[in-house]
Unconditional design. Structure first.
Length: 834
DNA sequence: CCAGGGTGCCCC
DNA sequence: TTTCGGC
DNA sequence: GCCGAAAGGGCACCCTGG
């Protein structure tokens, strides 16, 4: 067993290599006996396991035929969805990525590929393969580190008491109290500060109170007129994380918002952004461009820890926020930290703050974060551009240099800033945030920065909580209608968000209207993508017929491409949005042309739903795989890709319309919406703009016992497969057939090969390695690295990683099985890039 | 100065 | 996109 | 039944080192 004890995220890998000798035993035990069906995606270069041309492969050493993905009785195309690649694509990948590692055996046949030593994996550095390692060593090690880490520091507390008094800016009268809490904190000055602040603000767990007993003003930890402190949110997050349960979470978030509404309404919008882990409306394509590595670098410096300690902690905790929280407790604080405010934290997230003149950043920090900054030093400190500006004036006291957030504005403006880019600035900003953290703020700041809040609260929790806060805070609400109001407004806000997913517009409108707000207050706006409607999975035609009994429905091809929501704005411009609501117009200049050419004159605005598919126009308009499509250039925020450089042509398959010439069509049944669609585009243009191929089944034929209908559907499904489609989308035409944004309703169903029994693919693979899991899977191995046996070289060659389809019990068992040093080491080979 | 590596984010 | 698990 | 979390593959960016 080659165990790659590393981390795919942190880029800090502690490798232990082992090889499990009896791979078949393990295989049988671990996988076969539990008959786990797992999803996997093979990587392009790993030919031997996945013969692209042949339809089956002699597998392992028992020479069993393994069904391989690409060819079915229907297909004959050689298309390989699961193995993920067509021959042409594979070649490109080899050319572009494996330049250093030449292919020694160019044979296309199965089992004939070059073996590579992996040096990087997904752009991450691969763990070093060491022959003496033992599985579990790294894990145990980091557990040890962690306990040592948590347990040191037991000194007499006099110094700490002095420090503490200095930090909180108090006099000698506080000494005995300080000694008490330092005793409680075992001398940990930060913990003591936490206790102190917690008592001082006296807002402990008020958020846990039921809404009728929570007093938004008295129970808040700040006063009217002050900016709301970030700790208000951080405490809420911490409680929400501990107190699992959606209702409780909503209640706490509701209390949290009530204080904001009562004391500093201007902080509500940034608070909603922070709670939902967003920085801007999706379609603005604002990116943080901060990942674990930058955060780790900042953490190293801000807390004086080193990378390997962080790495070990991360491997065991599986969450960078938790790691940071732990590191923070060893951070020495010599001066009172500035108070983090909600606005301050949020403004740091906005990209315009990263990229614009650095003075703006500093002003923001000073203005919002530095509100409690001691005014003792007026000279500039050294945090920014320290390396570039060694001559920058230093503050006189060590305390000030250590913690001050003030930045040398003059330095920043005159600095030509050679060779150092945004990374340094980001790191500085993050460090400033980190140094100001109290209590659990660190954990949530870091989680926000790595865009992984993990508190189980998203739009569907946060927005209702805000709605309820508004209802409860309106004084004139009569108790008996309270419940109705709560429910109504919660629903209205979520509904409004789904058609206008823009918090910048929604929140102000909601706060202005209060309980008068309804979902019709705001409507769709061309240029802002609505949340697309989603489909449920079914396992075949007969299940579909049961669900659509006596209801007319349509079967459409489910094209293997990417979803596109296309808007025409009143000014005539065309915009394209992805499934997630990001604007992808720059990737598809050809779509703009196609749309402009195809739609009738007189059409003003519309919003339509379509699938973009790669197409080979030279080869009879043959549709190509998603992989081909994704190899197109991406373009960027400001620059469209050049039309004449497009290598992969696309065809647009339109299938729905939500808005036509200002008319909202969501509530119309699909059958009628289709008429609107026809009115815009007539018949389309083959290979450029087509309607999704469709077959209608009328109500009288929709009967689970109707053999003819069943056959018709199955034939149509086969047709779809033959046309390189993934399967079918089945949609209600008349009954309950409105367009429900963001909903995964029974009105839309999907039928795919994967779900239909007997049509799914299988491969016989052996686990040869694993990573430490993240988050929920921390402490387990996840994902596993899978390999197949190559009889020619008598080695195991990696194929793919697997990560889903396993139950928690399975993970626990695997952890047990591969703990300690049970597994003997043996040499193996991993293919490039896997 | 440019290529490659590191990194982040977007699609399915 | 998939899966599992918690309410 | 709903919803959130965790995961994979590929391209474009920025930074850095030869």
């Amino acid at each position: 067993m080659l165990d790659l004890l590393g981390n795919s995220r942190g880029n800090v890998v502690e490798a232990v290599t082992n090889f499990y000798e009896h791979e078949t035993e393990f295989h049988k035990q671990a996988l076969a006996s539990t008959s786990v069906s797992c999803t996997f995606q093979a990587r392009a270069e790993n030919k031997p396991a996945l013969p692209f041309e042949s339809q089956s492969v002699k597998s392992m050493h028992n020479n069993e035929d393994v069904s391989c993905s690409q060819s079915y009785t229907l297909s004959g195309s050689g298309k390989s969805k699961k193995s993920g690649i067509s021959p042409g694509k594979r070649k490109r990948n080899l050319d572009s990525k494996a330049t250093k590692r030449k292919q020694t055996n160019p044979s296309q046949s199965s089992g004939g590929s070059k073996q590579y030593t992996i040096t990087r994996f997904f752009g991450k550095q691969m763990p070093v393969v060491s022959e003496d390692g033992k599985v579990g060593t790294a894990f145990n090690q980091c557990i040890d580190d962690q306990s040592r880490f948590a347990n040191d520091a037991t000194e007499p507390y006099k110094e700490e008491v002095d420090q503490f008094i200095q930090i909180v800016n108090a006099g000698e009268q506080l000494r005995s109290y300080a000694a008490t809490i330092l005793e409680k904190a075992k001398g940990d000055i930060n913990m003591a500060l936490d206790i102190y602040y917690s008592d001082y603000t006296d807002s402990g767990n008020y958020l846990l109170l039921p809404p009728e007993r929570y007093s938004p003003i008295e129970h808040a930890c700040w006063r009217k007129g002050q900016p709301a402190p970030y700790i208000h949110i951080a405490r809420t997050f911490d409680l929400v994380e501990d107190e699992k349960g959606k209702l409780k979470a909503t209640s706490m978030l509701c209390n949290m918002f009530r204080s904001l509404l009562a004391l500093s309404p201007e902080d509500v919008l940034p608070a909603v952004y922070l709670c939902t882990n967003k920085i801007a409306p999706d379609h603005e394509n604002m990116e943080l461009n901060i990942g674990a590595s930058i955060v780790v670098a900042a953490l190293e410096e801000a807390c004086g820890t080193n990378r390997s300690k962080i790495s070990n902690l991360y491997n065991s905790l599986g969450d960078l926020g938790d790691v940071a929280q732990l590191c923070r407790q060893t951070q020495s604080l010599l001066a009172p930290p500035p108070v983090l405010t909600i606005q301050g934290v949020y403004s740091v997230l906005r990209k315009d703050k990263w990229t614009t003149d650095i003075r703006d950043i500093n002003l923001t920090i000073v203005q919002f974060v530095g509100t409690q900054r001691p005014n003792t030093e007026s000279s500039p400190a050294k945090n920014y551009h320290q390396k570039q500006q060694p001559t920058a004036a230093q503050t006189t006291t060590t305390a000030a240099t250590h913690t001050t957030q003030v930045t040398n504005l003059d330095t920043a403006t005159t600095d030509p800033d050679p060779g150092s880019g945004s990374t340094i600035r980001k790191k500085s900003l993050i460090m400033n945030l980190m140094r100001s953290c109290r209590e659990k703020e660190m954990k949530f700041i870091v989680r926000t920065l790595v865009r992984n809040l993990r508190i189980g609260a998203m739009m569907r929790t946060v927005l209702p909580a805000l709605a309820q806060a508004i209802v409860i805070n309106s004084a004139d609400t009569v108790a008996e209608c309270l419940k109705d109001h709560l429910q109504r407004l919660s629903g209205a806000v979520v509904e409004a968000y789904n058609v206008l997913p823009n918090l910048d517009l929604l929140i102000p409108s909601l706060m202005e209207k209060g309980i008068e707000f309804s979902s019709s207050t705001l409507s769709m706006v061309p240029g802002i993508p609505i949340k697309p409607m989603l489909a449920k999975i079914t396992n075949g035609a007969s299940q579909v017929l049961k669900l659509f009994n006596n209801k007319a429905f349509t079967c459409e091809y489910k094209y293997d491409g990417q979803r596109a929501q296309i808007h025409r704005l009143p000014d005539g411009s065309i915009r394209v949005f992805s499934r997630n609501g990001d604007e992808t117009t720059s990737r598809f200049p050809d779509i703009i042309n196609i749309i402009k050419e195809s739609c009738f004159h007189g059409v003003v605005t519309f919003i339509l739903d379509a699938e973009v598919v790669a197409i080979d126009r030279k080869n009879g308009l043959k549709l190509m795989s998603f992989q081909e499509l994704s190899s197109r250039e991406r373009g960027s925020k400001d620059s469209l890709i050049a039309v004449d450089k497009i290598k992969v042509d696309i065809c647009l398959f339109i299938f729905d319309i939500m808005l036509a010439n200002g008319e909202k069509l969501l509530d119309l049944p699909l059958r009628q919406r289709r008429k609107y669609l026809k009115n815009l585009f007539d018949d389309g243009k083959p290979g450029y703009l087509e309607y999704a191929r469709e077959m209608t089944v009328e109500a009288e034929d929709a009967d689970a016992n109707n053999e003819a209908t069943l056959n018709k559907m199955n034939n149509f499904l086969d047709d779809a497969f033959r046309s390189s489609c993934e399967g079918l989308m089945v949609k209600s035409l008349d009954v309950n057939a409105g367009y429900t944004p963001s909903k995964r309703s029974d009105a839309w169903l999907k039928v795919k090969k994967d779900y239909v029994e007997g049509l799914s693919d299988s491969l016989d693979l052996v686990p040869i390695g694993a990573w430490h899991g993240n988050g929920r899977k921390a402490g387990w191995y996840s994902p596993f690295l899978m390999a197949c046996y190559n009889p020619d070289t008598e080695e195991f060659q990696s194929v793919c990683r697997v990560m889903s389809g396993f139950s928690d019990v399975f993970y626990t068992e695997m952890k047990e099985l591969f703990s300690g040093d049970k597994i003997p080491f043996q040499k193996t080979t991993i293919l490039s890039n896997c």
